[in-house]
Design a protein around this ligand. Structure first.
Ligand code: 5AD
Ligand code: FES
Length: 368
């Protein structure tokens, strides 16, 4: 280990070059990095892990991202939409099992019926739970008006990954048209903040054409956007997508996983009080992937509440874990995993990031 590594690690206000050095940490250096991230996590967000019950609402998607298994160009899957009853049943399950929050995720769609239906489901879930279930949406880029309508219906968090903060790399991962424009994505993130959402974003790690340089840039991007939540995980190739052709040029899976852990740890050090998800993609590579992510900084997990019959058709990537487990099995499995990781579960607690509360206080202070 070079003395320089230790010296760099000591700060938390890393430069781009320093981040590149930290991302290349060797075995011994990694231990220091992870220990520091674990300590910061304990001091700033504590030892609790929060559950967000995940509904994969629909795999119908207007977009055609080159990495994603539910892209519109993939004609090999059957398309579905969860019924209103199925959504409500999943929400009741989450409520009765003390999850405190649900995430509704869907392929991107823009028609009025879809937008209204989501708004109605959000307000019905709020009513059913007497306002107690927190609702996160993840439905891609929408207009300011739609974001506002969903916020007013009762959703208070939104996940929209930037996928890569580097415009050139972003272009290589998406078709060249208006719907997949980088600036449109950025605009959507700004709009979500303006509308009052707690905003989560993230990237895939180990993408074709991606380097440490890009990942360092991503970390600085999260900081400059002042995000409240992050979800990051390894990129996993899918045979029915255009990026499949680059599969032989990828980092080995284990290295993509290791790099993802470093990204989680670094982000925890840089943004001490945000929420960071231990993503399912981490577990697709390493059976203990989520536990490992929790140990180095993550504090949110998303047990899957999607009805089993739809899971096969919501494969964003191949080898996705947990596609055979019903909600209660999934919950028990995650509970055990979290305890093994030495953490506690924040039952009946929204577990909003302290970062958001601080951001709000600052904003209110500025306006008085
Ligand atoms: N590998 C890993 N993650 C993926 N996602 C989509 N496709 C893949 C893939 N092949 C992630 C994207 C998206 C989130 C819902 O799933 O980052 O934002
Ligand atoms: Fe779903 Fe383990 S987390 S079965």
């Amino acid at each position: 280990m070079t003395p320089l590594f230790k010296e760099i690690l000591e700060s938390s206000d890393y430069s781009h070059q320093q981040l590149i050095r930290l991302l290349s940490a060797d075995e011994d250096e990694r231990k220091l990095l992870f220990a520091k991230a674990a300590e910061i996590k304990n001091n700033f967000v504590g030892n609790k892990v929060y559950f967000r019950g995940l509904m994969e609402y629909s795999n119908i998607c207007a977009k055609d991202c080159f990495y994603c298994g539910v892209r519109s160009g993939n004609k090999t899957i059957s398309r579905y939409v969860m019924s209103d009853e199925e959504v409500m049943q999943a929400a009741v399950f989450a409520y009765e099992h003390h999850f405190a929050s649900v995430v509704i995720q869907s392929g991107e769609r823009f028609n009025k019926t879809f937008i209204r239906r989501i708004g109605k489901l959000v307000s019905d879930i709020k009513k059913m739970s007497d306002g107690k279930l927190g609702i996160t949406l993840s439905m891609g880029e929408q207009t300011d008006e739609t974001f506002r309508y969903w916020f007013e219906s009762g959703a208070h968090r939104y996940l929209l990954r930037i996928e890569s903060s580097d415009e050139d790399l972003y272009r290589k991962l998406h078709p060249d048209n208006k719907l997949h424009d980088y600036s449109r994505r950025l605009e959507a993130l700004y709009a979500l903040k303006r509308e009052g959402f707690q905003v989560g974003t993230g990237v895939m790690i180990g993408l074709p054409f991606q380097s440490y340089d890009h990942l360092a840039k991503d970390l600085l991007f999260f900081k400059s956007l002042d995000i409240d939540m992050a979800g990051m995980g390894p990129y996993i190739e899918h045979e029915n997508t255009p990026l499949w052709q680059y599969r032989d040029s990828l980092l080995p899976r284990q290295e993509r996983f290791d790099l993802s852990l470093k990204m989680v740890a670094l982000l925890r050090i840089m943004m001490k009080d945000i929420n960071i998800a231990a993503t399912t993609a981490m577990q697709a590579i390493d059976p203990q992937g989520r536990e490992k992510a929790i140990k180095v900084g993550a504090n949110v997990v998303m047990p899957n509440l999607t009805p089993l019959k739809y899971r096969e058709d919501y494969l964003l990537y191949q080898d996705k874990p947990c596609i055979d487990e019903e909600a209660d099995q999934c919950q028990r499995c995650l509970e055990a995993r979290i305890h093994i990781a030495g953490a506690e579960i924040g039952w009946d607690d929204w577990g909003d990031s302290p970062h958001f509360a601080a951001r709000l206080r600052k904003k209110l202070g500025e306006n008085t």
